[in-house]
Every structure is written in structure tokens, then in C-alpha cells.
Design a protein around this ligand. Structure first.
Ligand SMILES: Nc1ncnc2c1ncn2[C@@H]1O[C@H](COP(=O)(O)OP(=O)(O)O)[C@@H](O)[C@H]1O
Ligand SMILES: [Mg+2]
Length: 273
């Protein structure tokens, strides 16, 4: 074990590196939800690429250490090349987006059975040591719930905005309200809600089926006094794009889901101005 003084010095040095990195990043956004499977990673990836399409310099940090899906959804799966400086990590750059995740550092399909402090340590290391360069936006894709990764990311990254993703059903909205209250408690200045899987686009006739209902997210945002960023329909091609690592906003820019992301991105930019 390292002596306490050495450990304290290392922590101090790391905190200084994080401060230096954050100085080069204009806007910082965390994407989270109370529930898993509601579309956080889909939103984080496509919002990031929608910003890239608007000529912004963007980084995406996969802060879901136990369920790191960003590489799968972006195709950024290759191992990282070692940097010149031993503690530097160079992100993948795919189609103009800089991406960092723990997944490419691990053998395929191996579980991350780490306790909270270790998961938090990984996030701190990403924030301190990834060489992003100057960024207009850094987005963090967070795990569901209220665990250590969320607290660490928010404490260290000082995001100006929380994007909370929900689906329209009451079981998701209940958890979304918790997530919004958590963002308020953590003093994140701007909070915006997205209602994902809001109506199903029929692949045959193009009509909309109210599978999970619609409108609950907007209602909730109004009642809780936070911004509503927009609704995203459920669409088969979006799911396929995610599985193939081809984000829908790049590979199917005319689709209703891409149109929804364009409008949401404009709202995000306007709120952060
Ligand atoms: N609007 C949508 N249309 C179709 N499929 C979607 C949509 N949003 C998410 N999905 C799919 O639902 C699954 C869960 O989404 P994901 O982004 O991984 O959620 P989370 O990160 O919250 O766990 C993925 O297979 C994803 O492709
Ligand atoms: Mg995810």
C-alpha cells in the first residue's frame, strides 16, 4: 500500500490535471435516467453526432463503467494506441467525434465487477488523462440510477446541463422524476427532459402507433419546472443502426428520429447560450 502522503499527492496532481482539461471544454453535458434501457446511450451518441454535424468539436465519455455500450453504438471498438506520455489516453476519433470508453480496454464480454471507488477512479482517470484538445462540448453517458459513477462524474466534471431521458410509461416517469430531483440536488444549472420511444413508427405504412403512450415526459417537465427538449419516436431502423455502430443521425439523416435529434440539439444549444 502506498503511504497516505504519496496517495494524497497523486490525488492532488490528478485534480489539477482535471482542472486543466476542463478549462479547454466550453460546455459539459451529462446524459442520464432513472432507468436502464430507455435510450441514454442512443441519445448521448446521436446528440453528440448532431453537434458534430453543426460543426462543433465534441467528445463523448462513456461513464457507464459496468455497461459500456458507446463503442458498440459507434463502432469505436479497437484497443487504444499508447500515448507518448504514460498517463495520457488518446480517444478514438470516429466521423469527427472523440470517444473514450472502458470497453476497448477489456477482453470482450468480460464483466466489470468493480466496487464503487474503483469505478469512480476510472472516471476520474478519463477526466484527467484523456487528450481531448479544445472542445465545444463534452457529453458523458451515465449508467442508470443514482450510483457512484453519477456522483463522481457530476462532482468532477461540473456539467452545465443534465439531459434526462425517459420513456412515456408511468413506470419510467416515476424514475425520471427521481433523476430530475437528483440533478436539482446536485445543482446542475440546466435540466432538460427527452421523451424517447414516444410513439412507434410503423415500418410498413409510416403511421404512428401509441405503444408506450406519448406526452408524459413533456407534462412531467412542465410540472417540475425543467425544460422539455423534445420527443423521439421508436423506429426499427434506429435500433438496427445502434446495433451496427452506425448512428442514425449520420446514416439516415432524413429519418423522423434524425429530425427529432436535430430539433433537440437546437434546443440544447439555445439553453446553453
Ligand atoms: N428511438 C428509438 N427507436 C428504436 N430503438 C431505440 C430507440 N431508442 C433506443 N433504442 C434501442 O433500445 C435499446 C436500449 O437503448 P440504449 O440507448 O442502450 O438505452 P440505455 O443506454 O438507457 O440503457 C437499444 O437497442 C437501442 O438501439
Ligand atoms: Mg446505455
Amino acid at each position: 500500500m502506498k503511504p497516505d502522503t504519496e496517495r494524497a499527492r497523486e490525488m492532488q496532481e490528478q485534480a489539477e490535471r482535471i482542472e486543466g482539461v476542463l478549462r479547454g471544454i466550453k460546455h459539459r453535458i451529462v446524459v442520464f435516467s432513472g432507468k436502464g434501457g430507455v435510450g441514454k446511450t442512443t441519445v448521448a451518441v446521436n446528440l453528440a453526432y448532431a453537434l458534430v454535424k453543426r460543426a462543433k468539436k465534441v467528445g463523448l465519455l462513456d461513464a457507464d463503467i459496468t455497461g459500456p455500450n458507446v463503442p458498440k453504438m459507434t463502432g469505436a471498438v479497437a484497443p487504444y494506441a499508447p500515448g507518448e506520455n504514460p498517463h495520457e489516453i488518446h480517444p478514438h476519433v470516429r466521423e469527427g467525434l472523440s470517444i473514450i470508453s472502458i470497453a476497448p480496454m477489456l477482453p470482450e464480454d468480460s464483466p466489470v465487477i468493480w466496487r464503487g471507488p474503483l469505478r469512480s477512479g476510472a472516471i476520474r482517470q478519463f477526466l484527467a488523462d484523456v487528450v481531448w484538445g479544445e472542445l465545444d462540448y463534452l457529453l458523458a453517458d451515465l449508467p442508470p440510477g443514482t450510483g457512484d459513477e453519477i456522483l463522481t462524474t457530476v462532482q468532477e466534471m461540473h456539467p452545465q446541463m443534465a439531459v434526462v431521458v425517459t420513456t412515456p410509461q408511468e413506470v419510467s416517469l416515476v424514475d425520471c422524476r427521481r433523476a430530475v430531483n437528483m440533478a436539482k440536488k446536485m445543482n446542475i444549472p440546466v435540466i432538460g427532459v427527452i421523451e424517447n420511444m414516444s410513439g412507434l413508427i410503423c415500418p410498413h405504412c409510416g403511421g404512428e402507433i401509441d405503444l408506450f403512450g406519448t406526452g408524459g415526459g413533456k407534462d412531467m417537465a412542465r410540472r417540475m419546472g425543467v425544460a422539455f427538449l423534445g420527443r423521439i419516436p421508436l423506429e426499427v431502423k434506429t435500433r438496427i443502426s445502434g446495433d451496427q455502430g452506425k448512428p442514425v443521425v449520420l446514416h439516415d439523416p432524413e429519418s423522423p428520429v434524425s429530425a427529432a435529434f436535430d430539433s433537440i440539439t437546437q434546443n440544447v444549444e439555445a439553453l446553453l447560450k
